[in-house]
Ligand binder design. Structure first.
Ligand code: ASC
Length: 749
């Protein structure tokens, strides 16, 4: 049957419950209740693209990743959170419950371009309102390309509190990588602070300014090693730092001698640029940010926050011992001890310390060596996507540190971004023109007179929420220009990350970019595609991308504190091509009231406005005693009017579904069901026929029987279905013939 729009799982029974209620009628209830079964017994056995469901609860928990006990944001009890594994083309669904209780949350899927789903990018203030405490939000997006990606908090500075993890997308069946390896391992790097992110944020937005400073430790797969004797915590200090806590024993990467490992390395540091190396082992870089690179043999990998790399490592050294895998801070004068993991040769004990002293890494201020490695990466032969040879627009961004109204800020061309209360995507789509300053921000700075080597006051710098509006499908060049900070002889490394796209990295240079000649240095033959690229101290970085992804996209420094201090811009492109926004992203700023909560509101909406409401909203019901679930959907205007002029409700009974299956139904019904209801349901006569057959089955208990499970109604209950009562989520209601109807008020779209 054409109507089987559910993918991935076998659909057991779908029933349609139709309630027809003339508005004028006084006896409005079961008399007009109608139930239809639609049997959709198709088993979807040949599944090309699957839906990967993830149910996440985000909350604060005490963790000791570096032996020091600290409130950490966890996902299902873990930090780093669970790795998302998927295959190219799959749909990833993350049903995220915010159990932080006193903080909002949002999660960004770093490196996933969100083609067609710009509202799922997870950037609070740009693509969505943050998720309120207690709320559940559903992210749903397609992972369209194999590779190594990341996810992390994108609200305030929550990433730094431990809210991060990896996404690994494998190739479609039958397709192989252009390099070989025996095993795949992922390694996620981070730096770690003992001060809470709220304290850090408070310092950054205070006068006098208090910087977050250097991290206390470096973490490899969420494990670090803080020297507890340095701990200044008094009182309960003993319990706060414990070097024997197994949570902080070093991550051990066990290898079988002779085998080759693909290490998928990602960095989500708050501040630090890192150098990663494995004692005695060379590495070959083969992938960067989800794109193949021409193999580059290296001893140490420089990795900046927001980047991912795959390196191949062969376990070809003396297998009678273990080796240190280390990370060290570069580009800032290190004050943080080396981060350690153990490369463990099977069958040696995984925690056996190598007999050597771990390396302290390359010279922290060897910018030349870092620049050289950045320049060494090229797209892999056979996988080169050549960039357009010219661009339609060139935007040069001068990166400066400056003071605005006494506050320390970072600015681009003298504008420091402050995110508006109303996310840009919503403001633009709903034409809320007061939500942000509509003026265009500048495409350049005073090239002729600005000295990038000296401390400049940048007195004209201001805070702004202006955005760059790009012509859809145009080619845009971004030149990032570094400069001196407000401290003499200091220019910092800024890893720049673009949402919604990959960009070609056309070149890096030192000093001031010369707009009339430096383009000649571009690599237009085999530049790599990335989503994050470093801007080296006193240097420039040239990027090119096609503005071909309808939506609103952040482009920002991936240093958590710098982003917080305004080091970001926002691009809009093809907003008119963006489909209807899910109401679940709305509800803040000027979009208050745009968010349709689910449950009582949608029920009465259905009866008051009947089929004239344009949105598809759904209410999910749970027949507690029968353990059957009903979904009630209000259909689109056109469908309703074809069937009946009067208002109605239509519900789906889903027989013995798993929670995950139900989620899939719920999500897909909202998104996919719109166009095909007519074919799916047939005519009003068909429905009436089915109803006659089905109503007895359901309401006489005959069909389903009482499975004996108990229903313990929470709160008050009602004796009848009265369509005008205020159905409240979380409450239970009694229906004649059915002992309990539990309304699970949840946002569906
Ligand atoms: O944003 C920053 O502020 C400090 C310093 O420049 C002023 O304290 C620093 O190192 C940063 O990266």
């Amino acid at each position: 049957m054409h109507g089987c729009w559910l993918s991935g799982r076998s659909v057991k029974v779908l029933s349609i419950l139709k309630m027809i209620e003339p508005v004028e009628s006084k006896s409005y209830f079961l008399r007009s209740l109608a139930v239809f079964h639609l049997i959709c017994l198709i088993n979807f056995s040949s599944v090309e693209a699957r839906t990967r469901h993830n149910k996440w609860e985000v909350k604060y928990e005490y963790k000791s990743p570096d032996c020091y006990k600290k409130l950490t944001i966890t996902i299902n009890g873990r930090s780093p959170g669970p790795t998302i594994f998927a295959q190219q083309g799959d749909t990833v669904v993350v049903e995220l419950k915010n159990s932080l209780w006193t903080e909002n949350v949002a999660i960004h899927w770093h490196g996933i371009r969100q083609l067609g789903t710009p509202w799922s990018d997870g950037t609070a203030g740009v693509t969505q309102c943050p998720i309120l405490p207690g709320d559940t939000f559903i992210y749903k997006f397609v992972v369209d390309r194999a590779g190594t990606y990341l996810y992390h908090g994108h609200y305030g500075m929550q990433r730094a509190a431990g809210l991060y993890g990896s996404i690994i997308v494998s190739l479609p069946d039958g397709v192989s990588e252009p390099f070989s390896y025996d095993y795949d391992r992922s390694i996620i790097l981070n730096d770690w602070y003992h001060a809470s992110t709220n304290e850090q944020a408070a310092g950054l937005s205070a006068i006098p300014f208090v910087f977050v400073g250097e991290p206390q430790s470096l973490l490899i797969n969420g494990r670090g090693d803080y020297n507890c004797s340095l701990s200044t915590t008094s009182g309960s200090a003993a319990g706060f730092c414990n070097t024997t806590n197994p949570e902080c024993s070093p991550y051990s990467l066990t290898v079988v001698p002779g085998k080759t490992y693909r290490l998928r390395i990602g960095s989500l540091t708050s501040l630090s640029a890192l150098s990663f190396e494995i004692e005695g082992h060379g590495m070959t870089v083969v992938e960067a940010d989800g794109n193949y690179v021409e193999p580059v043999a290296i001893r140490n990998l420089y990795i900046y926050s927001g980047e991912t790399y795959s390196v191949l490592v062969k376990a070809d050294q003396d297998s009678s011992r273990n080796y240190w895998a280390t990370i060290n801070v570069v580009s800032r004068k290190p004050a943080t001890p080396t981060g350690l993991a153990i490369l463990n040769y099977y069958p040696k004990h995984p925690q056996k310390h190598p007999p050597t002293v771990p390396t302290t890494g390359p010279l922290w201020n060897n910018t030349t060596s870092r620049l050289a490695q950045s320049l060494a990466f090229k797209a892999r032969q056979g996988f080169i996507t050549t960039p357009p040879l010219t661009s339609d627009r060139v935007i040069v961004f001068l990166n400066t540190q400056n003071k605005i109204d006494g506050y320390f800020k970072w600015s681009l061309n003298n504008l420091s971004l402050i995110l508006p209360q109303t996310p840009y995507l919503i403001a633009l789509k709903e034409n809320l023109t007061n939500a942000f300053d509509q003026g265009p921000p500048p495409d350049g700075y005073d090239f002729a007179n600005y000295d990038v080597y000296s401390v400049a006051k940048n007195v004209n710098a201001t805070s702004s929420n202006r955005i760059y509006r790009l012509r859809f499908n145009s080619t845009v060049d971004i030149i990032l220009q570094n400069a001196n900070t407000m401290t003499v002889n200091i220019s910092e490394t800024h890893p720049w990350h673009l949402h919604g796209h990959d960009f070609w990295v056309l070149g890096y240079g030192t000093g001031k970019y010369n707009i009339s000649s430096d383009w000649r240095k571009y690599n237009l033959v085999n530049p790599i595609l990335k989503n994050t690229a470093p801007l080296h101290p006193y240097g420039w970085t040239a990027l090119r991308f096609r503005a071909d992804n309808p939506g609103v996209w952040a482009f920002h420094c991936h240093v958590e504190s710098h982003f917080y201090m305004g080091m970001a811009v926002v691009f809009e492109e093809g907003i008119e091509k963006v489909g209807e926004l899910p109401s679940s992203i709305k509800g803040c700023g000027e979009s208050k009231g745009y968010h349709r909560p689910y449950g009582s509101y949608s029920w009465s909406l259905i009866y008051q406005s009947g089929c004239s409401a344009t949105a598809v909203v759904a209410v999910e019901y749970l027949f507690c005693n029968l353990r059957k679930r009903f979904m009630i959907l209000q259909f689109l205007k056109d469908f309703c009017s074809t069937l009946l002029a009067s208002p109605m409700l239509i519900a789906f009974l889903v027989d013995a579904w798993l929670e995950e299956e139900l989620d899939s139904l719920r999500i897909e019904s909202v998104e996919m069901g719109r166009g095909i209801w007519k074919q799916y349901l047939g005519t009003a006569q068909d429905l009436a026929q089915r109803w006659k057959k089905e109503r007895l089955k359901v309401f006489n208990h005959g069909e389903f029987g009482n499975h004996g499970s108990t229903c313990s109604p929470s709160g008050m209950s009602r004796d009848a279905i009265d369509p005008r009562i205020n159905w409240e989520p979380g409450l239970s209601y009694h229906l004649p013939g059915i002992s309990c109807l539990h309304l699970r008020g949840r946002e569906l779209n």
